[in-house]
Design a protein around this ligand. Structure first.
Ligand code: ATP
Ligand code: MG
Length: 439
């Protein structure tokens, strides 16, 4: 080995180190706490599985299976063993459903509510928010139909839980996009219409769409190529091919979300990349992530268990990109810090108009010491002064009759929410010290 050429982490992988790992741990702690309150239990499946699990469970025609999997022939070590094809898991739903089948969880007659946190592997082009090893936090609700696994209430509960989780993580400004892709019975009806409509126009579309039109026409709706958009807008919509039961299911999901006050936007092109989805599909997106704007995706998969050789076991689940949660929260934190840097050092709030003149004198003193000062008005009620101060400054100092008489001023720092009494003579220095700390 050449000592001048130290080895590096493989392309698309990276080391997570302090202080960033603290944020990862916080995210996982919040997720565990929310999952606990919704009565989910944790499952940990192996990191590699039989390749056939993903080929059947995710679908041969998906990007994941057709080009992104880390697959190898695992040599037999003994006569009793066979050489077999293994794959690093590219997602976790197939593994969870395999475990459900293998451990006969359906025979408990109970709905299984399972969550997982762990690494996934896909050979993608690495870029911001897209890695070859990344971490997903996900959950599945799966069980026999008689346990209520098919109910629209389960879809709505999972979506409501996600809204709560993102809020508790402190992710601001997320959007829930919702669609229904219909049941296995609706699919051929729509696919026939879609293929017929694509026939005359597909020649003018991008190369990927021309291929998808042959192999997996639904994926044409996912296309992001600008020139293709007007053509896609003219294609039939999946929502118009749903049968009465699927329409009813989707209406029930929306009604429950409306009742719970969870906002969403309908997106009739949201078909998602995995083959196993039926009925409800969804994504939570965030504007701060650029091209990789999906924080999480999921949907209902009523036929997945049967597709990998199990009993009928309808289910619904999701996977969130933990790396993207970290990116979003870190960017938010940075924006908050930048906004704080723009604030005045202190807001001087006279309490009562009689203190206005004294407040001007105090503000002059502080400004001469080099502080950036916003001066309030004693005509404002104290509550209004606090609101104005919170927007304009990092701290507020109150100047009422008592303070004027005693020379002890009340200062509240908004970042720490700590309130202290400071002698007037020390005020400028203590504010200058607080400013130095935030820089
Ligand atoms: P995208 O459209 O971004 O490729 P996807 O449809 O492939 O997403 P899913 O397979 O549904 O994504 O995975 C769920 C979530 O996992 C995504 O919304 C994203 O947040 C995250 N994710 C997927 N692939 C990656 C990756 N290569 N690196 C980091 N996060 C990822
Ligand atoms: Mg992808």
């Amino acid at each position: 080995m050449n000592p001048m050429n130290p080895l590096k982490a493989v392309r698309g992988t990276r080391d997570l180190m302090p202080p960033e790992t603290a944020l990862w741990n916080r995210i996982e702690a919040v997720a565990r706490s929310v999952f606990g309150r919704y009565n989910f239990g944790e499952i940990r499946t192996p990191i590699f599985e039989d390749t056939a699990l993903f080929a059947r469970g995710v679908g041969e025609e998906t990007d994941i299976v057709s080009k992104e999997m880390y697959t190898w022939e695992d040599r037999a070590r003994a006569q009793s063993e066979k050489t077999q094809s293994l794959t690093l898991r590219p997602e976790n739903t197939a593994g969870v459903v395999r475990a459900y089948i293998e451990h006969k969880l359906g025979e408990t007659g109970q709905l299984q509510k399972l969550f997982y946190i762990g690494p996934q592997f896909r050979r993608e082009r690495p870029q911001k928010g897209r890695y070859r090893q990344f971490s997903q936090i996900g959950a599945e609700v799966i069980g026999p139909a008689h346990a209520g696994a098919e109910s629209a209430l389960r879809d709505a509960e999972v979506l409501e839980m996600l809204a709560t989780l993102l809020d508790e993580l402190g992710i601001e400004g997320w959007t829930l996009k919702l669609n229904s892709v219909g049941s296995a019975a609706d699919r051929p009806v729509y696919l026939a219409k879609l293929k017929a409509a694509l026939g005359p126009v597909v020649g003018g579309m991008c190369a990927d769409c021309q291929r998808r039109a042959e192999t997996n026409p639904l994926r044409v709706l996912d296309c992001k190529v600008p020139e293709d958009q007007p053509i896609i807008d003219g294609l039939p919509r999946i929502g118009d091919s749903l049968d009465a039961a699927s329409r009813e299911h989707f209406a029930a999901v929306r009604a429950a979300l409306d009742a719970a006050g969870v906002g969403y936007t309908l997106d009739h092109r949201l078909v998602r990349g995995l083959d196993y989805y039926t009925r409800t599909t969804f994504e939570f997106t965030h504007g701060g992530l650029g091209a990789q704007n999906a924080l999480l995706g999921g949907g209902r998969y009523d036929g997945l268990s049967e597709a990998i050789g199990g009993p009928k076991a309808p289910g619904i689940g999701f996977a969130m990109g933990e790396d993207r949660l970290v990116l979003t929260l870190a960017a938010q934190l940075e924006a908050q810090q930048a906004a704080r840097a723009e604030l005045a050092d202190v807001y001087v709030a006279p309490v009562g108009e009689r203190q206005n003149a004294a407040a001007l004198a105090l503000a002059r003193e502080l400004r001469r010491a080099g502080l950036r000062v916003e001066l309030g008005d004693g005509a404002f009620r104290v509550k209004k002064s606090f609101e104005a101060a919170d927007k304009a400054a990092r701290a507020i100092v109150l100047l009422g009759e008592d303070e004027a008489a005693s020379g002890m001023l009340t200062v509240k720092d908004f970042a720490t929410a700590v309130q202290t009494k400071v002698p007037r003579a020390e005020l400028a220095n203590s504010l200058l010290a607080a400013r130095a700390e935030t820089k």
